[in-house]
Write a protein that binds this ligand. Structure first.
Ligand SMILES: Cc1cc2nc3c(=O)[nH]c(=O)nc-3n(C[C@H](O)[C@H](O)[C@H](O)COP(=O)(O)OP(=O)(O)OC[C@H]3O[C@@H](n4cnc5c(N)ncnc54)[C@H](O)[C@@H]3O)c2cc1C
Length: 451
């Protein structure tokens, strides 16, 4: 029997597992979080109900496959419950890493450790209720800066401007190192927050950077037709709280106040230069201090360096072989001995951090899984530890594992809570409560009662 272990049960883990399991190989999924889904559960905007429940259903169907097992609440990596080496000793025929991009991109700015400074991933984990972030302090103030101008920025601004139950924001400012033509968000996503756009402030900002964008061959008068169509329509006041942009600015220093919370941010002014058919920001020594009480970095993430896979400057090391680059790009490579680690693969955001939507993670995982399948054809038979044996071995170490049967119990407990509270969906926000809810459902024999 050739068993495949998949580490990570986000979209990439599920789509890889599905393809491998449908080819009749037993698959064991190991997941850090109790609940599966990764960013589909804990990153995608909470109000995108239809998309989230559609993905949950798809992942549920993978879990329903009889040859797929699930162990949640089980982080793999250095200093975690399970080391990669131990996984390998359980003799899987192949090991697929689909752990996403859990590392944080640090700019190394002075003052980065001030209170009120967050990474976007942690912030979205918080409002999507992923333990332990759900119960940690992610308080926001009146003047919030978001660094970066992609779709994640739009989600965070949307939360701060419209949906956060405890919102206090009066002004959200997007800070971008390049100019208005380099926005990275989708127009449809921006529609959600467009009503908050402070048009007067935007016009002033465009005037402020006009000459600098012209130096890179861009015409600022084209912004209304290409980037912010609202500017071409009859003027209207922005809805409160207001959304502003500050272009051609890079953060250089964070100044905490007496309470340890960010009070000001110094940004340097950038020039815009034409480069390789695109543009690049070039820092100047001109700096400006801006008042903010909250700062969120939405600049993408990196692969987690503590997992225990060989790590290079772009994340986990993959096979540099150019003879079959398509396949090589999914194979884990050990630069110390210059060899591929046989049967070890990486897929999804673990392979290319912060790249693309769920559809792209799916495509990547399925491509990776196809390479796993061809590897399995000629791989030696190995007597891998069975799910039962794995469960017994891990049970002795303490933390409670969550199996797919437990997930059904959790699903029932959540359904009950949602019903009691008149909500479409309910999620528990800490692990002990989730584990207790699973236990309670087990004790009830899984009966869904209104009590
Ligand atoms: C804020 C935000 C909003 C988004 N909104 C959308 C959207 O609206 N529509 C859309 O299509 N896409 C959206 N995306 C993109 C989408 O979430 C990703 O494309 C997709 O989730 C990547 O899948 P993945 O499985 O590679 O990684 P992830 O989803 O990050 O899954 C990684 C999995 O690995 C597990 N894991 C991590 N570390 C370990 C470990 N050490 N041991 C064991 N398990 C581990 C995690 O628990 C998780 O289950 C959004 C992304 C973000 C950040």
């Amino acid at each position: 029997m050739k068993t495949v272990f998949v580490v990570g049960a986000g979209p990439a883990g599920f789509y890889a597992a599905q393809k491998i399991a449908r080819a009749s190989y037993p698959v064991v999924l190991f997941n850090r979080d109790i609940k599966p889904g990764g960013l589909a559960e804990y990153g995608i905007y909470p109000m995108k109900d239809k998309m989230k429940s559609g993905l949950r259903k798809q992942f549920g169907k993978v879990l329903d496959l009889p040859n797929v097992s699930y162990f949640g609440h089980l982080a793999v990596g250095a200093g975690r419950l399970l080391q990669i080496e131990e996984l390998r000793q359980w003799n899987p025929a192949a090991l697929v890493f689909a752990v996403g991009a859990q590392g944080t991109k640090k700019l190394g700015l002075p003052g980065e450790e001030a209170r009120g400074v967050y990474s976007a991933k942690d912030f979205v984990y918080h409002y999507n209720q992923l333990p332990p972030f759900a119960t940690q302090d992610f308080s926001t103030g009146k003047r919030v800066a978001i660094i970066g101008m992609g779709n994640v920025m739009v989600d965070i601004a949307r939360w701060l401007l419209q949906d956060a139950p405890d919102r206090r924001s009066e002004e959200v400012t997007v800070i971008a190192r390049r100019g208005p033509f380099e926005v990275k968000f989708d127009e449809k996503e921006f529609d959600h927050i467009e009503a908050h756009l402070d048009l007067r402030a935007l016009q002033d900002e465009l005037l402020r950077v006009k000459d600098r964008v012209a130096a890179a061959g861009q015409d600022i008068t084209r912004v209304p037709e290409t980037v912010f169509p609202l500017l071409a329509q009859p003027f209207r006041e922005a809805a409160f709280p207001r959304l502003r942009f500050r272009f051609l600015s890079s953060p250089v220093e964070i100044h905490p106040g007496a309470d340890g919370r960010i009070a000001r941010l110094t940004v340097c002014e950038n020039l815009l230069v034409a480069k390789n058919g695109g543009t690049a920001a070039k820092a100047t020594d001109q700096a400006t201090a801006l008042d903010f009480d909250t700062l969120i970095f939405a600049i993408g993430d990196v692969a987690d360096p503590t997992i225990g896979l060989p790590y290079g400057k772009d994340g986990y090391q993959t096979n540099p072989d150019t003879a079959d680059p398509e396949r090589a790009a999914y194979e884990v490579f050990d630069p110390q001995n210059g060899q591929v680690i046989p049967g070890n693969f990486v897929v999804g955001w673990a392979r290319k951090a912060s790249e693309g939507l769920v559809g792209m993670a799916r495509l990547d995982a399925e491509k990776g899984a196809a390479h796993v399948l061809s590897y399995l054809e000629s791989a030696a038979e190995k007597a891998a530890a069975t799910p039962g044996e794995i469960q017994d071995l891990l049970a002795r170490r303490g933390p409670e594992l969550v199996t797919k049967q437990d997930l059904s119990c959790l699903g029932r407990a959540e359904e009950l809570q949602a019903r009691e509270r008149g909500l479409n969906n309910f999620k528990f926000s800490d692990d002990p409560t989730m584990l207790a809810a699973i236990e309670e459902q087990k004790n009830r024999g899984g009966q869904l009662s209104a009590a």
